[in-house]
Design a protein around this ligand. Structure first.
Ligand SMILES: C[S@@+](CC[C@H](N)C(=O)[O-])C[C@H]1O[C@@H](n2cnc3c(N)ncnc32)[C@H](O)[C@@H]1O
Length: 192
């Protein structure tokens, strides 16, 4: 018998409409940023690609369309809403990144977004992920870090923080949710 928890028992289930709405809000806010990062990478040719913790699959489908000669593997704990929608070069597979493996040096591009920060064992998992990367390949990890939108130390958080917060605010119908507390440091790390 599996010792794994049912995905509906995990903090981020895909079971209900609210879970789907949450994943759609993430895609809406973050896909343009992710796509601009992936488009800026050097050409990976027909190297296999891996998308970890694919969520609702928008980036996996984008990869399959953008890299038609590459085989794209996209993983999730919960596959029930994931469809390749006719793409022959895209497979969704059930894979728990904290327990399951891939062959070493198998992928020329590995991408994960808003996955590792959920995992208490991420420091053990990250070295495993790097083993699956081919020499010269690209590992792209995107994780949340909300900075004060007003005066961040670099320009990119100016774009990321509001775009990440606004869908949360809309879905929560709570305008104050989009406003970071005024006590947040204006400069990060806080040198005060
Ligand atoms: C915050 S969502 C992000 C989804 C997607 N990467 C995105 O950015 O739109 C985190 C995703 O990671 C998946 N996940 C959580 N733990 C996982 C694990 N151990 N292995 C694989 N996927 C996992 C969840 O099911 C969820 O879809």
């Amino acid at each position: 018998m599996s010792t794994r928890p049912a995905h509906t028992d995990l903090p981020y289930s895909h079971a209900g409409d609210e879970d789907q709405a949450r994943l759609e809000a993430l895609s809406e806010a973050l896909d343009p940023i992710t796509i601009s990062v992936l488009e800026a990478l050097p050409d990976t040719g027909d190297a296999a690609c891996l998308e970890l913790g694919a969520g609702n699959g928008t980036i996996a489908r984008w990869m399959a369309d953008h890299l038609p000669s590459a085989q794209v593997t996209a993983t999730e704990l919960d596959l029930r809403h994931l469809e390749a929608e006719g793409r022959k070069n895209l497979d969704f597979v059930r894979h728990d990144v904290t327990q399951d493996q891939f062959p070493e040096v198998a992928f020329g591009l590995i991408h994960a977004r808003w996955l590792l920060h959920h995992l208490p064992v991420r420091e053990r998992v990250l070295p495993e992920i790097t083993k699956w990367l081919a020499p010269g390949g690209h590992l792209v990890l995107e994780e949340p870090a909300l900075f004060p939108p007003c005066r961040p130390p670099r320009t990119s958080p100016t774009a990321v923080s509001p775009s990440a917060l606004s869908p949360c605010s809309r879905s929560a119908s709570a305008p104050t949710a989009a406003r970071p507390p005024s006590t947040w440091p204006a400069i990060w790390p806080n040198s005060a």
